[in-house]
Write a protein that binds this ligand. Structure first.
Ligand code: IPM
Ligand code: MG
Length: 355
């Protein structure tokens, strides 16, 4: 199969971690007799510096013409501390999500046996935790009307959701739950927010169509607590854009490091695969960042975009082996810590050498 991939390294550690994912992709392509065509595109602060636009039209065309997009990270401290900046790197990521119609962000939270000691939670709470958070990605407060009034002294962001947006994400979440342990938790703030009441209303309409699936409703503050207290109780969780952003960062610590969790964003046009962590600017260029979330995102790309589960499994096996052998970066190392590039080489080598 010919795999046509657009690669957007982005900012900070983006280029370094993407390089490791490319090594893994190349190893898999070679092993299974595929061919790879890839091209790099500009995004984020890097794109602002070179073109003035964090998601230039050229990058968008590259993504539209590819079968999948592999994305690094976005964000730069030069902009973080300047609330008056008129153009920001994050706008590139949001523009890409919107223009590609990526309404569903799938964030699996899985624990690795060899890393349980790294979790801030007690072993018995974490061991075996395995759930998927499905985050709505192109609506809500991220994209609602926003602005200033009263000479700039009052600011507002609006959380708007349409029936159509809610129905399509819930449908996707139900289909996921149907393939897993058949439990769906709909997370909202229906005791306060009108938008959440529409989510709950629609979920209640849809639930009878999925009788084999148990639908549970949970307020987001309670969900934030339960993720830490009983992570094993979740199977598939679905929620709006902002709640999903916050809950998935929280959920990532269960596994021991934010550097481990991949994600897939799917929707209308080309799907995008990216780690859930940010651009970690303090580590940029130091060859210390954990490349595993990005490498696992590449595994998701094989599974979701190319329907090649065996290739995805091979990458997962190589990652699990590197974790089990302690061939890992400093964020999760207990003994010697290895460099980003060394972990990438180790994983690519494992793929080449094992069945
Ligand atoms: C994420 C990130 C982004 C988001 C930022 C960088 C805009 O935190 O993908 O979770 O808030 O969606
Ligand atoms: Mg986030």
């Amino acid at each position: 199969m010919n795999l046509k991939i657009a690669i957007l390294p982005g900012d900070g550690i983006g280029p370094e971690i993407i390089e490791q994912a490319i090594k893994a992709v190349k190893a898999v392509v070679k092993k299974y007799g595929h061919t790879l065509e890839y091209e790099l595109g500009l995004t984020g602060a890097t794109a602002i510096d070179q073109t003035g636009d964090p998601y230039p039209e050229k990058t968008h065309r590259l993504c539209m013409n590819a079968d999948a997009v592999l994305f690094g990270a976005i964000g730069d401290p030069r902009f973080d501390n300047n609330p008056r900046a008129t153009v920001r790197p994050e706008q590139g990521l949001l523009a890409m999500r919107k223009k590609l119609g990526l309404y569903a962000n799938i964030r699996p939270v899985e624990t690795f046996q060899s890393l349980i000691h790294k979790s801030p939670l007690r072993r018995e709470l974490v061991e075996g935790a395995n759930f998927v958070c499905i985050r709505e990605l192109t609506g809500g407060i991220y994209f609602g009307e926003k602005g200033r009034k009263d000479n700039g002294n009052t600011a507002f962001d609006t959380n708007t959701y349409t029936r159509e947006e809610i129905e399509r994400i819930l449908k996707l979440a139900y289909e996921f739950a149907g393939k897993r342990r058949k439990k769906l938790t709909v997370v909202d703030k229906a005791n306060v927010l009108e938008s959440s009441r529409l989510w709950r209303e629609i979920a209640q309409e849809m639930a009878p169509r999925y009788l084999d699936i148990q639908t549970e409703y949970m307020f987001v503050d309670n969900a934030a607590m339960q993720i830490i207290q009983w992570p094993k109780n979740f199977d598939v969780m679905v929620t709006e854009n902002m709640f999903g952003d916050i809950l998935t960062d929280e959920a990532s610590v269960i596994t021991g490091s934010l550097g481990l969790l991949p994600s897939a964003s799917i929707g209308i046009h080309t799907s995008v695969f990216e780690p859930i962590h940010g651009s970690y600017p303090q580590a940029a260029g130091k060859d210390i960042a954990n490349p595993i979330a990005t490498i696992l995102s590449a595994a998701m790309m094989f599974e979701y975009a190319f329907n090649l589960p065996e290739e995805g499994r091979m990458i997962r096996e190589a990652v699990a082996a590197s974790l089990a052998e302690g061939f890992v970066t400093e964020d999760i190392a207990t003994g010697q810590a290895w460099k980003t590039s060394q972990v990438g080489d180790w994983i690519a080598h494992y793929i080449a050498k094992h069945e």
